[in-house]
Write a protein that binds this ligand. Structure first.
Ligand SMILES: *[C@@H]1O[C@H](CO)[C@@H](O)[C@H](O)[C@H]1NC(C)=O
Ligand SMILES: *[C@@H]1O[C@H](CO)[C@@H](O)[C@H](O)[C@H]1NC(C)=O
Ligand SMILES: *[C@@H]1O[C@H](CO)[C@@H](O)[C@H](O)[C@H]1NC(C)=O
Ligand SMILES: *[C@@H]1O[C@H](CO)[C@@H](O)[C@H](O)[C@H]1NC(C)=O
Length: 355
């Protein structure tokens, strides 16, 4: 992927022991901290030499023209500079990574439809594998064009870990190589999307003072012109409303029935998620940008935070200790019929099934 000053020529995965053989004397390689695994993710950034007018790049173990003939060369993308106005999308969401038999159809549908109401035009998901119903749903959304599925068959090349601790979770590489997919998504959308939202599939980055993300970003961008943004995460507990009969047989969590937010324990450092301007990012991690051209602003939770429906982090919390949060209900009138329509289109709604 090309850049004006530096080119990220490779965001990918190395066998850790081989890494020292890579000749990088004009380049700068940045290994991530995903230590302890057999494979490590890394970005290789090389200076963009205008005189060279390079169109393809490769990584070789020796600088040798003859050996280079047998190398696989990758085309440098993003070489042509485009105008700021020419964005195909204003808001793109990047989800990494779909794996195992994840089949949380109801939550994914509600999340996608919620994002649509919030002004997102494009959702990208890196797919290693998924459950049968989610497969149908994603195919339906892909046909329509709202969702783009990027194949990520990392399990065919190594044994990816489901976690970040090799001792605890085993495997050859942290969390299905998430750091590579996130960087890939940012670079892929550098000239396609004004903003990119980096979050997990069970999270919604939601505005609390504005109806939509464009409205919120307009205000934030005016206040902080050089900024991407970082957002606080929150967690929810079940409350038991919005148990719609038609959704009863749809697999997955009903996020509309989760309205209690677990207030984070601020004594422990709390993770952030991000909305970034992809052109300002050189390298990203999960909770922060590692190298960028602009500045970062931590957005206060009353302006924007993450709706994250999952099991509670802190055990034994009483209802009184939880904060009620009905933000999703504010979109109910459009959200519920839109979710129904999407499920029906994918053949997943119970009265939509012709069996
Ligand atoms: C660089 O390559 C492009 C396409 O291959 C060509 O059109 C252009 O003239 C070249 N520029 C220079 C400075 O060689
Ligand atoms: C390139 O690959 C071919 C086929 O595997 C092999 O015969 C040849 O020796 C290789 N060339 C170099 C320079 O390694
Ligand atoms: C993106 O936002 C700009 C300015 O608000 C608007 O003019 C444009 O139509 C939007 N593009 C898309 C694809 O919605
Ligand atoms: C996800 O990847 C699996 C494994 O390659 C594939 O069978 C499935 O069709 C993919 N799903 C989608 C929605 O692309």
């Amino acid at each position: 992927f090309g850049r004006s000053t530096w080119s990220l020529i490779y965001s990918g995965i190395f066998l850790r022991m081989c890494f020292r053989f890579v000749d990088l004397h004009i380049c700068d390689s940045v290994l991530y901290w995903d230590k302890g695994f057999r494979f490590v993710t890394t970005d290789v950034l090389c200076p963009n030499l205008p005189a060279c007018n390079s169109s393809h790049v490769t990584l070789a173990t020796q600088a040798d023209a003859k050996l280079a003939q047998n190398q696989t060369f990758l085309r440098i993308q993003n070489l042509v500079k485009r105008e700021e106005e020419e964005f195909q999308f204003n808001f793109t969401v990047c989800w990494s990574n779909l794996f195992a038999d994840y089949n949380n159809v109801l939550q994914v549908t509600q999340t996608l439809e919620m994002y649509r109401l919030l002004g997102v035009q494009h959702v990208v998901v890196y797919n290693t594998s998924c459950g049968p119903d989610l497969e149908r749903l994603l195919q339906s959304y892909t046909q329509e064009g709202f969702v783009e599925v990027v194949p990520w068959p990392i399990n065919q090349h190594m044994n990816p870990s489901r976690g970040w601790q090799p001792r605890e979770h085993g495997g050859d590489i942290h969390y299905y190589g998430q750091l590579t997919t996130l960087n890939d998504c940012v670079y892929r959308h550098m000239y396609q999307s004004r903003y990119v939202l980096l979050n997990d599939i069970d999270e919604i980055i939601a505005p609390y003072q504005h109806q939509t993300l464009p409205q919120m970003m307009d205000v934030l961008q005016r206040q902080n012109p050089k900024v991407g943004g970082g957002l606080r995460e929150s967690h929810f507990e079940p409350s038991g409303r919005f148990e719609r009969p038609s959704w009863r047989d749809v697999p997955g969590i009903n996020i509309m029935a989760h309205i209690y937010r677990e207030e984070p324990d601020y004594r422990i450092s709390h993770p952030f998620k991000m909305i970034v301007r992809p052109r300002a990012v050189e390298q990203t991690s999960v909770h922060s940008v590692l190298r960028n051209f602009g500045q970062t602003v931590k957005v206060p939770p009353n302006v924007c935070h993450i709706i994250h429906v999952r099991v509670p982090l802190r055990r034994g919390l009483m209802k009184e200790e939880l904060h009620e949060d009905k933000r999703v209900w504010d979109y109910e009138r459009q959200l519920v019929p839109n979710v129904d329509k999407a499920l029906e289109k994918a053949g997943l709604l119970i009265f939509g099934r012709k069996e």
